[in-house]
Ligand binder design. Structure first.
Ligand code: FAD
Length: 463
């Protein structure tokens, strides 16, 4: 396994242990965010219990060939599979900037059974997370097969957690009290689906990308894929060799004539679906139409916290989780309730790490927060700036316009220098390359200078 890295300039902080408050903290979820939170909370001296309903850690990166009992994912009573990965998935970020600061996601040298590609397959990411947990001795903090059913604030300020052992032979639910709760339950499981006029009478099959695994079931079918996200691009390329025709319907396409994707005979790019008919026809806003067998909704996910009973302290409204100070703390209960990992369009693992350091430091009293009133004022200003610039509410946690600034702000709160420039640049270069060359960006690139800078930095961790 990888050597235990020494702390780097961005991973290390000098802790004044004499003045720290140690608290007992519950972390919900043992995906990448929950593991980062567990490590940082323990580094800060807190007692940590991580609750994980699955039988192993890794969250999203635990691939399952199984799918939800409702493939569209709209039936609230359906049996849910947590992960949304498809079999062929490779990362959409290069490993150098995807990994944690304190634990580089470097290729393992001389290991033939490992996936050393720069954009590795999903199994390699899971191995990386497992090694992270092993090397930092996190497994013993995690209670596997333990689902958090309910989280409630007590009158004296403590937090009550009701949990259930899965497969535990009908053991009664347990109730425990913690000083604080860090929510890391992931947000790529609850599908959002497109609203399509006429869909009630349309006879075809519908699934959400959450339930897409392999291309074989689409053999010889006419498929419409809704969306323009990374999943829409990947899945269209995954099935195009099997399907008779693939039509991508995207809101970001203008309403001109449909375009054939270069290099394909059966892959078309359209504007959005206008409506569908009871004879199986799909009409696009560009005036074209097709007889369609399957619609795949690659339309994203909803934030959901079914276990949180916080009487309105934090709500989800049009995919805005709020009010939250800097996407992490509800002011009214800060710092005892926090959320790691809500933002998107950012390098997630490094973000989880910085958010976790911040939460851990605030809980111990080493880092100060503004007053609740000041935090609310900051949130209101943020919302009104969003509104003025026409940024929709559902994009509240989309950091596309402020990614670098936000990461550097978090680093500064934790007493660290700004994030290394090569990380920002590598993210930008890879996203641009992905957009321009969706077929080849994972195997062809021209930012080797940034890769070299990354490896120079990683060496410092191994000294
Ligand atoms: P998750 O990994 O979802 O973990 C949440 C955990 O919480 C799960 O283990 C779940 O079982 C547990 N849980 C939930 N509710 C409860 C409960 N009530 N009680 C107990 N446990 C609970 N990111 C990248 O950086 N690079 C990529 O290339 C990339 N590709 C992606 C491709 C796809 C198709 C998807 C869906 C996501 C991708 N991501 C990628 C984003 C990915 O989700 C994040 O990298 C990251 O793994 C999210 O970690 P998390 O801990 O926030 O959530």
């Amino acid at each position: 396994s990888s050597p235990l890295p020494a702390p780097s300039s961005t991973a290390h902080f000098l802790i004044d242990r004499a003045h720290m408050i140690r608290r007992r903290i519950a972390v919900i979820g043992a995906g990448a965010a929950g593991l980062a939170a567990a490590l940082e909370l323990r580094r800060e001296g807190h007692g940590v219990v991580v609750f994980e309903r699955a039988g192993r850690l890794g969250g999203t990166w635990v691939y399952s060939p199984a799918i939800d009992s409702d493939p569209l994912g709209t039936n609230p009573k359906r049996e849910v599979v947590h992960s949304s990965l498809y079999e062929s998935l490779r990362t959409n970020l290069p490993r150098e900037c995807m990994g944690f600061f304190s634990y580089p996601f470097a290729a393992v040298a001389d290991a033939s059974e490992r996936d050393s590609r720069r954009f590795p397959g999903h199994r390699e990411v899971l191995r990386y997370l497992e090694e992270f947990a092993t090397d930092f001795d996190l497994h013993r903090l995690v209670r596997l097969r333990t689902e958090v059913l309910r989280v409630e604030m007590e009158e004296d300020g403590g937090w009550a957690l009701w949990t259930r052992r899965i497969g535990g032979g009908g053991a009664a639910d347990e109730r425990e009290i913690y000083d604080g709760v860090v929510v890391c339950n992931g947000h790529f499981t609850e599908p959002r689906v497109a609203e399509i006029p006429g869909i009630e009478a349309w006879p075809g099959e519908q699934i959400h990308s959450h339930n897409y695994r392999i291309p074989d079931p689409f053999h010889d079918k006419v498929v419409v894929i809704i969306g323009s996200s990374a999943s829409a691009v990947d899945i269209s390329r995954d099935i195009v060799g099997y399907a008779k025709e693939v039509h991508i319907a995207s809101r970001s396409e203008c309403a001109g004539a449909p375009m054939k994707e270069p290099g394909y005979d059966n892959l078309w790019l359209h504007s959005m679906i206008e409506r569908v008919l009871s004879d199986g026809t799909v009409l696009f806003e560009d005036g074209s139409s097709a007889q369609v067998d399957v619609i795949i909704h690659c339309t994203g996910y909803k934030y959901t916290f079914p276990f949180l009973k916080t009487s309105g302290i934090v709500n989800v409204d049009d995919n805005r989780v709020g009010p939250l100070y800097k996407h992490v703390f509800p002011p009214q209960t800060a710092p005892f309730l926090s959320f790691i990992g809500l933002p998107w369009k950012v390098t997630l693992f490094p973000l989880f790490e910085l958010q976790s350091k911040w939460v851990a430091g605030v809980l111990s009293g080493r880092i100060s927060l503004p007053t609740p009133e000041e935090m609310m004022e900051d949130i209101k200003n943020f919302y009104s700036e969003m509104e003025q610039s026409g940024w929709p509410k559902r994009y509240t946690h989309n950091l596309a316009n402020c990614r670098c600034k936000h990461m550097d702000w978090l680093a500064s709160q934790c007493g660290f220098p700004p994030v290394e420039e090569w990380r920002h640049q590598m993210y930008d270069v890879s996203q641009k390359n992905r957009f321009l060359h969706p077929e080849s960006f994972r195997d062809e690139w021209d930012d080797d200078d940034l890769v070299n800078q990354a490896h120079q930095d990683f060496k410092k961790l191994l000294i």
